[in-house]
Ligand binder design. Structure first.
Ligand code: HMG
Ligand code: MG
Length: 323
């Protein structure tokens, strides 16, 4: 059966904007996130604390994050350390109660995130050696060794930790990725203490049978759907079909990007993520709750598309906008 409710993990401001050719002004990023929250999204991946030369698009993390949490100058500021959510007034008010996870690759990234009061982080591993090298300048095992102290320190400080795994289905250099290879790295991330694993189809090549096979293999290793999220890119138009398969296997957290923005600058042929609006259209049609308002979401993506100077690739956004 299907879940009653799905948690949408919105990645547009991070996965979407990391892939834009131009750097979006920080105030536009903050407004994008506020609008997404106002549309009902309660988990919005805000930015990355990675090397600024690797991802210049997100090099403004230190400026952006305080705009969201209300920890910048102004009255009644602060971050509620018990919930890790924004408590400030002013710019932060729209984001009260919203989870704002950030990507962190290493100790330096964690230090930067903690300094700004982040309460939720994600480390990001690869199932393949080629992408580990391209994305992290490490082998798979070296990157796991880099994450291990980060996860343990973050857990020690009471943070929630997500573990991403990229290239779970196919890799642009290596082709199809063996299930056992994916299970091995998932197991390592789980053993490290990650609260949730997100299975990335970085280049969007997965099809539903492959998704079912991977989820069954993970289940066989004690990694059940309830602790997993799925992260589909829509390169081949399979993201919704793959999502449906994942829901039937017990997954209740789905990553999506408003308007279908996204990609990865370190993986050729990675296009936009599953569009949040396409996901919400399907889920609401199935009677599955998301807590979001499709009209506001879609209006937000139209607004963002105007700022980026090109239409949203989301079919649902286009249909609702009458384009
Ligand atoms: P490196 O060059 O090996 O770095 O990069 P290093 O550890 O050798 O350090 C070199 C210098 O960088 C040092 O400075 C560090 O302090 C500094 P120096 O001592 O030379 O002056 N440095 C940093 N500065 C600021 N913040 C930091 C940081 N770390 C080191 N965090 C590194 C290794 C991991 C840093 C680099 O490869 C990197 O930043 N990679 C990030 C790549 C990335 O963000 N990719 C996109 C996200 S993943 C994705 O999109 C996939 C996903 O969506 C799921 C899917 O679709 O599959 C999640
Ligand atoms: Mg991605």
């Amino acid at each position: 059966g299907l879940p009653e409710r799905v948690r949408i993990h919105e990645v547009g401001p991070r996965d979407g904007l990391q892939n834009e050719k131009t750097v979006v002004p920080v105030e536009v990023k903050a407004e994008f996130i506020r609008r997404l929250a106002a549309a009902g999204l309660d988990t919005i991946e805000a930015t990355s604390f990675v090397h600024p030369k690797w991802v210049p698009q997100l090099a403004d993390a230190e400026e952006l994050y305080p705009l969201l949490t209300g920890t910048g100058p102004g009255p009644d500021t602060g971050t509620d350390t018990a919930t890790g959510t924004a408590t400030g007034t002013g710019t932060g008010t729209a984001l009260r109660g919203v989870r704002l996870p950030v990507l962190v690759p290493n100790a330096r990234g964690l230090q930067r995130a903690l300094a700004l009061g982040a309460r939720e982080i994600a480390v990001f591993a690869s199932a393949t050696e080629s992408f580990a090298k391209a994305n992290l300048n490490r082998t798979v095992d070296e990157s796991l060794a880099m994450f291990e102290p980060v996860v343990s320190q973050a857990k020690g400080e009471g943070l929630r930790v997500r573990g991403y795994l990229s290239m779970c289905f196919g890799d642009p250099w290596e082709g199809p990725v063996p299930l056992a290879q994916v299970v091995r790295v998932c197991r390592a991330l789980a053993d490290m203490g990650c609260d949730e694993l997100s299975l990335g189809d970085t280049i969007g090549v997965a099809t539903p049978g492959h998704v079912a096979a991977l989820l069954s293999a993970l289940d066989g290793d004690g990694l059940h759907g309830t602790g997993l999220a799925v992260h589909f890119h829509d390169t081949y138009g399979q993201a919704l079909a793959n999502t449906m398969t994942a829901l039937q296997h017990g997954v209740t957290t789905v990553d999506a990007s408003a308007g279908g923005l996204g990609g990865c600058p370190f993986a050729k042929s990675a296009t936009g993520n599953l569009a949040t609006e396409d996901l919400v259209w399907m889920l609401h049609g199935l009677g599955v709750e998301t807590g979001t308002d499709l009209g506001s979401l879609s209006a937000t993506s139209v607004w963002m598309a105007e700022r980026l100077g090109r239409p949203s690739p989301s079919r649902t956004v286009r249909a609702l906008a009458g384009a």
